[in-house]
Design a protein around this ligand. Sequence first.
Ligand code: TYM
Length: 346
Amino acid sequence: RQRVFSGVQPTGALHLGNYLGAIRQWVTHQDLFENWFCVVDLHAITVPHDAQRLAEDTMNTAAMYLACGIDPRRCKIFVQSHVPAHAEMAWLLNCLTPMSWLEKMTQFKDKRAKLEDAQSIYVGLFTYPVLMAADILLYRAERVPVGEDQRQHLELARDVARSFNHLYGKRIKRQRQPPVFREPEALAWDESSGVARVMSLTDGTSKMSKSAASDMSRINLLDDADTVRSKIKRCKTDAGRELVFDDPDRPECTNLLNVYRALTGSRPKAEIEDVLRQSGGWAAFKPLLAEAIVTELAPIQRRYREVLADRGELQRILRDGAEAAAEIANETLRRARGAMGFMERV
Ligand code: TYM
């Protein structure tokens, strides 16, 4: 079975973009693959963070994985910093990744532009995609289900893998062993179970994000029904009356329809447009959308509370996950160190 690796940063509440862009696909396909899902806390400290909250946010994010339907019997869940090989591998890869590659990363450029104080633009933020490459490559993962915004980082992971195998793979090849790294597939994106890019509720041209200033711009997975209804009621619409997918001049319309479609069984777009044409415009559509979201979130929120009520069990799952992860990660790290020519531990 092919191996899947993915992760989410524990930086505050998860939102509908994280869910429809990533986690829902993990859940839908968990039977098909061997699954490794990580809470990437080392990534969360690449921007100024609240040390009082990190541990709690990490637990909560892991709880959210389970609440969304990840089954710990079929998937391993663990915390990135509990497997030190991630940090060590990232260092090794830092030493073969050209700076020019990282300078091209749009997420870095965006985040740097948002950080007003130059003192808080850390080296770690710059080299963040290398840590992400380490995450993926340590497990020799073939598939990495992420939203569209992570695509460039995934390409970088492929480039880093190729570059490493090329630079340091000769001896390994001569010994007829498999290359140290496997190049992950560019993007395993599946239209039937999510939305590659969920946009902000207040601006259809920017993505829904945890860091956007206004909470009205996103649906958090823990928002209660009334909050969801009021956010949808007040979210940005346009003057066009017909509700149609994929009109480039109507990003808000496309976004809300995409979310609605993903939450209601992914029927053909034309079919949804037909039904909505008969019911008439935004005023009729918004309540339908709000109810679709509320219906999806209700069981997740119930399970979330259940999971957090039994912290011992959650900790056990994370301990087991980290142990199993370390076994694979340490082996890849050992091979990478050997290929790079490090002296063996004596
Ligand atoms: P993060 O924590 O920003 O987001 C987690 C996942 O949610 C997806 N996502 C979205 N998808 C659609 N629409 C949106 N508006 C939206 N916002 C977020 C992201 O694409 C992601 O899949 N660097 C990663 C975490 C990471 C990782 C990894 C992922 C670290 N190492 C290794 C995969 C493999 C990140 O910051 O995701």
